[in-house]
Design a protein around this ligand. Structure first.
Ligand SMILES: Cc1ncc(COP(=O)(O)O)c(C=O)c1O
Length: 429
């Protein structure tokens, strides 16, 4: 037997041994751990019978479609803009994004005649650019609304802007682009200043009906002492006269309680007013009690940043443990003179992206699943779940315990090597 065959036999024996332990581990979704949620338990009861907002309104009653003033101020500080350009909505930024795109598609952003769907004739479809790998739930919104997705390559600076600009200049049916500009889900990229500047000018190429869906979900979710600075899209767009094209979104889902926080959106005042009117058809106002208790709890950006440091204390050891396994298990190892994989070392956010040798992500996920370690399905970080090179695997270490991560990563590293050896052997190497 060759050395490779020996090694594969040894790994297989180890793999079978792991299987017999019937593990049940999960590295799939980027959920906060229970200890992180506990950091915000003081939200419960914080109002203590005082429901008055800063402007004297009673948070318990209907109304306030744009959000309560103190929450709008808080969100404006978070999104680095003015309160007049902010709406604070319900519990989910994803819902805001869905509602915004559905509104543009069906009702129009500047009157009914501007509805995106009117522009697609016959079998044509409205299209979105999707920097990939990206966030699977953005892509699900497009699928649900029959919007065609065009993947755009990501590099270390952000999306490939030459490609973005070229596609936009050629195709007026492209009406939007998804972005996670800071600590991107899943590759941790922070868009470079030049990239953000080019984004701010896209409206001059694409026209008034185009929207940049700037999902800044991880704006304050740092894992380093000197966090990188993201350029301010709203400020730059204002400078270039393209503010209507920029839709900036965020939420406190990974700050306080996931799915029970407040979500916000910022753009031009006209856009925000139009969107609030649209939402006003389906609700007589957001949950203002929750907004009030959030502002009383978080107070301001100083309060929020102190809380994020506590999150970091819980998250950082988990990220470090994943990286330790990758380094110790895979660094320097080659099969067919090629590294077994590469991975990101993000300065913030919730994910580490691993790349296998070409064509192997699906097999690694399958091997892990059979050994009791659930990973995000291969391909799910791409539009239509089709990763053209079949290399991306998203690792989400936030929810499991350190012990669980330790066990899961042993299995992961083993499966990467096993899948690579398998492929090499079946290719006759
Ligand atoms: C990039 C991104 N945007 C939005 C969300 C969901 O946010 P929310 O809970 O506010 O809907 C997530 C959650 O994982 C995310 O990764």
């Amino acid at each position: 037997m060759t050395n490779a065959a020996d090694r594969r036999q040894a790994l297989l024996a180890e793999y079978e041994n792991i299987k017999s332990r019937q593990l049940n581990l999960d590295l799939t979704r980027g959920k906060p751990a229970t200890a992180q949620l506990d950091l915000s338990n003081a939200l419960d009861g914080i109002l203590n019978g005082d429901y008055r907002c800063a402007d004297g309104t009673d948070a318990r009653n209907y109304g306030g479609g744009l959000g309560i003033p103190e929450a709008r101020q808080f969100a404006a500080d978070y999104l680095e803009t003015h309160p007049s350009q902010v709406m604070v909505g319900g519990n989910s930024s994803l819902q805001i994004m869905y509602q915004y795109v559905a509104n543009a598609m069906l009702n129009g952003l500047q009157g009914a005649e501007s509805a995106w769907q009117n522009e697609a004739k016959g079998s044509e479809r409205i299209k979105f650019l999707c920097p990939a790998p990206g966030y699977d739930r953005h892509f699900s919104i497009c699928e649900a609304l029959n919007i065609e997705m065009i993947p755009v390559r990501m590099n270390e600076q952000g999306p490939n802007m030459d490609e973005v600009e070229q596609l936009l200049s050629q195709d007026p049916l492209i009406k939007g682009i998804w972005c996670v500009p800071k600590y991107a889900n899943p590759n941790g990229v922070v868009y470079a200043d030049e990239v953000v500047d080019r984004f701010a000018r896209l409206g001059t190429i694409a026209g008034a009906n185009f929207r940049i869906m700037w999902d800044n979900a991880y704006a304050e979710h740092h894992l380093s002492d000197e966090p990188p600075q993201l350029a301010n899209l709203l400020e730059l767009s204002d400078k270039y006269g393209t503010l209507d094209n920029a839709i900036v979104i965020g939420s406190t889902s990974k700050i306080t309680f996931a799915g029970a926080g407040m979500a916000f959106v910022a753009s031009s005042e006209a856009n925000i007013k139009q969107f609030a009117e649209y939402l006003g058809i389906s609700t007589i106002g957001p949950d203002k009690v929750n907004q009030l208790r959030h502002v009383r709890f978080l107070k301001d950006m100083t309060g929020l940043r102190a809380l994020m440091q506590e999150h970091r204390k819980i998250l950082q050891p988990k990220f470090e443990l994943v990286l330790k396994h990758l380094r110790e298990g895979l660094s320097g190892k080659t099969i067919n003179n090629k590294a077994l994989g590469s991975w990101t070392e993000p300065a913030g956010g919730y994910f580490i992206l691993f790349d296998t040798q070409p064509g192997l992500a699906g097999r690694v996920v399958e091997l892990c699943a059979a050994a009791g370690v659930k990973l995000t399905p291969a391909g799910s970080t791409w539009p239509y779940k089709k990763d053209p090179a079949n290399t991306n695997i998203r690792l989400a270490p936030s929810f499991p315990s350190l012990k669980e991560i330790d066990e899961a990563m042993q299995v992961f590293v083993l499966c990467v090597e096993l899948a690579t050896l398998e492929a090499s052997e079946s290719a006759g190497n």
